[in-house]
Ligand binder design. Structure first.
Ligand code: SAM
Ligand code: SF4
Length: 339
């Protein structure tokens, strides 16, 4: 394979979307995501800013057009905004840019008030913000930190800065189940898009996720008793299916990894903060890009590693939450691969 060839896997899926985790650390401890006493990676194992930058350029050279920075919480990494600025210069619209069509991030919103303007100035136009409840007490229980006011301030700052916001909400039985219509209505009233996500069995946490697993098929039925949901033609190349909600005038996405498989059109690849490429969110197929970056001929080694990734990317994931007490499908937490 020529080194500048696009990334196409053995199922002829063209890979154009990279999700890059810049840190595994986080200022929250969402109960479904990580335990209170989470063990974080030693800093020396995490890619440096320069390595993250070179890695991203290597991907862009191979046809990645959309790059999402994630974590852990990306905005807790101190030099994060420098990376955003450097990558922003690769956006097509910028002078000397080209290659990248979209630079975005997924954040819990706690530090958005500080960074929203800088993100916009660097070329970011849309962000995903995770928000599972609008109730301060419930937020504190779920995220184990009393941070809802900061998140709401951050969302207001993002809106004021001109960023388009999509709110991601994990649907949790017995936790935010009854609040979901209110969260969706609030989100739409703010002018934001809303997406609901099923909880996935990734990494050990204190509780049994089966207890809180809520299939979105049930949520959809409940919402349809109140509102008119019309399937929308909107597509983002991602796994969500979209609906227009007549009563709120907003768009609702449903991401159903467990009740409906979305692998066929997969266009993405994930890299952890240590440079480990995971070919599938729900699989263990991986390639060590840090070794490639730290080798004598990093560019060539990175290209070879990416070719390997295309060979091992599986056709689909196989995880399920189908019985109480089951082990997580994968030992790693979502905070490693960033969702
Ligand atoms: N800290 C940032 C945030 O929360 O948006 C980015 C990383 S976080 C791991 C990315 C997304 O993964 C969040 O929307 C979070 O709710 C979701 N997530 C974490 N663990 C999950 C799980 N086990 N199942 C489903 N979604 C999960
Ligand atoms: Fe942190 Fe995001 Fe995981 Fe919550 S979901 S603990 S904010 S990484």
């Amino acid at each position: 394979m020529s080194t500048a060839s696009p990334l196409v896997d053995q199922f002829r899926r063209r890979i154009t979307y990279l999700r890059l985790s810049v840190t595994d650390r986080c200022d929250l401890r969402c109960a479904y995501c990580m335990p209170e006493r989470m063990t974080f990676l030693p800093r020396k194992d995490v890619l440096t800013l320069d390595e993250l930058h070179r890695l991203s350029l290597g991907f862009i050279a191979r046809g990645i057009t959309k790059l999402r920075l994630t974590g852990g919480e990306p905005l807790v990494r101190r030099d994060m905004i420098e990376l955003v600025r450097a990558l922003g210069r690769k956006l097509g619209a910028n002078e000397g840019g080209g290659g990248l069509e979209e630079l975005t991030l997924t954040t819990n919103g706690t530090r958005l008030a500080e960074f929203a303007d800088d993100l916009f100035a660097a070329g970011v136009r849309r962000i995903n913000v995770s928000l599972d409840t609008l109730d301060r007490g419930r937020f504190e229980t779920l995220a184990r930190r009393d941070s809802l006011p900061q998140v709401l301030d951050g969302l207001a700052a993002a809106k004021a800065a001109g960023l388009k916001v999509k709110i991601n909400t994990v649907a949790l039985k017995g936790i935010n189940e009854s609040e979901i219509p209110e969260i969706v209505a609030w989100t739409h009233a703010q002018g934001f898009d809303a997406t609901l996500i099923e909880v996935m069995p990734l990494g050990e946490v204190e509780e049994d996720r089966f207890d809180h697993y809520l299939p979105l098929s049930a949520v959809r039925k409940d919402l349809e008793r109140r509102w008119q949901l019309t399937p929308s033609g909107h597509r983002t190349g991602g796994p969500a299916r979209y609906f227009d909600v007549a009563e709120t005038g907003g768009r609702l996405g449903l991401i159903t990894p467990l009740t409906q498989n979305f692998c066929e059109g997969c266009n993405r690849i994930r890299v952890t903060a240590t440079g480990r490429l995971y070919a599938c969110l729900g699989g263990d197929e991986q390639v060590d890009l840090r070794a490639a970056l730290r080798s004598d001929d990093p560019e060539a080694a990175l290209d070879r590693a990416l070719d390997t990734a295309m060979r091992i990317k599986p056709e689909r994931h196989h995880f399920a939450i189908d019985r109480a007490g089951a082990q997580p499908a994968l030992a790693r937490h979502m905070s490693m691969t960033g969702g």
